[in-house]
Design a protein around this ligand. Structure first.
Ligand code: NAD
Length: 300
């Protein structure tokens, strides 16, 4: 038997539809249009693609998108001044500074200059602390998307053994907090974990967020487990022609799909959920800013 494929692309479309519905109601009932400001410093090609696609999907959901493109040599104080301006702007409900920033800029300083209520990436230390103490916060988009897919597939996650591979601030750690919040027994594995295969074999839920192509083979997976593959890795694909590449996850899909109960593919799994959750966070931030009830099913 092969695993059920968790279709992140289709799921993200339903999240975007819900967001658009809330946006339409905010406009019709309250005359409010949620606004998302995205700040891009420099010309990193991957970041440019992400920013373009964030702007496009924001507008498609009926929200206002404000793009601020700054040159790679922007001074830190100028970037901080822009963030202060966006913090004070009532038309802006969400602020996202596209990472990575050029080396001369201090990422922690910049992220922590964002008003936590507008920090739709959920990276501000206040939001990290609020999430860690089980309080209402802005939740990082990628782990929020993973949680939504897990809840949709399982209903309750209570009592399940979850292993998160990777301990980054943007994926691994907040993912572990969210699973703990849903009453999983959580293990965070990382590059120094002893006997990773045995650790992973205990898991009812495996979330792989490492950045190493196909490192988790099917024989590490407990039969019937749910596998969420966050990794996005580009590898050579000579079978497609000379110089061609393709995207793969951190899980070896072909072997894992034979053992798992459910699995997210790459591409088409976690990836599309990330921007959908950014839109969801923007609507949530807008509702909170206006003292309105939060949209249901779009928060942690
Ligand atoms: P990161 O490099 O910040 O962290 C990787 C983590 O993996 C580290 O904590 C490290 O301890 C751990 N690790 C490294 N080698 C390991 C090993 N051999 N065994 C076990 N653990 C090991 O990466 P990140 O930002 O968390 O991203 C992880 C992956 O997820 C990347 O492929 C990235 O492209 C992808 N990603 C996808 C999305 C999305 O929208 N789908 C969003 C963010 C990141």
């Amino acid at each position: 038997m092969t695993a059920q494929i968790i279709d992140g692309k289709a799921f993200a479309a339903t999240v975007r539809e819900k967001v658009a519905g809330h946006v339409a109601r905010l406009k019709a009932d309250h005359g409010i249009t949620p606004g998302l400001a995205v700040v891009l410093v420099g010309e990193d090609p991957a970041s440019q693609v992400y920013v373009r696609s964030k702007g496009k999907q924001t507008v498609e959901a009926g929200m206002n998108s404000y793009e601020h493109k700054l040159s790679a040599d922007t001074a830190e104080q100028d970037l901080l001044a822009l963030i202060q301006q966006l913090n004070a702007d009532p038309a802006v409900h969400g602020i996202l500074v596209q990472l990575p920033l050029p080396k001369h800029l201090n990422e922690d300083l910049v992220i922590n200059a964002i008003d936590p209520a507008k920090d739709v990436d959920g990276f501000h230390i206040s939001n990290v602390g609020l999430l860690g103490t089980g309080q209402k916060s802005m939740v990082p988009c990628t782990p929020l998307g993973c949680l939504m897919m897990l809840r949709d597939y399982h209903g309750s996650l209570s009592g399940m053994d979850a292993v998160v591979i990777g301990r980054s601030n943007i994926v691994g750690k907040p993912m572990a907090q969210l699973l703990l919040g849903d009453s999983c027994t959580v293990t965070i594995a990382h590059s120094r974990t002893k006997d990773l295969p045995e650790v992973v074999r205990r898991a009812d839920i495996v979330v792989a967020a490492v950045g190493r192509p196909q490192m988790v083979p099917g024989d590490w997976i407990k039969p019937g487990a749910t596998v969420i593959d966050v990794g996005i890795n580009r590898i050579d694909a000579p079978e497609k022609g000379e110089g061609k590449t393709r995207l793969v996850g951190d899980v070896d899909f072909d072997s894992a799909v034979q053992v798992a109960g459910a699995i997210t593919p790459v591409p088409g799994g976690v990836g599309p959920m990330t921007i959908a959750c950014l839109l969801a966070n923007t609507v949530t931030a807008c509702c909170r800013a206006n003292g309105l009830p939060e949209p249901e099913g779009l928060t942690a």
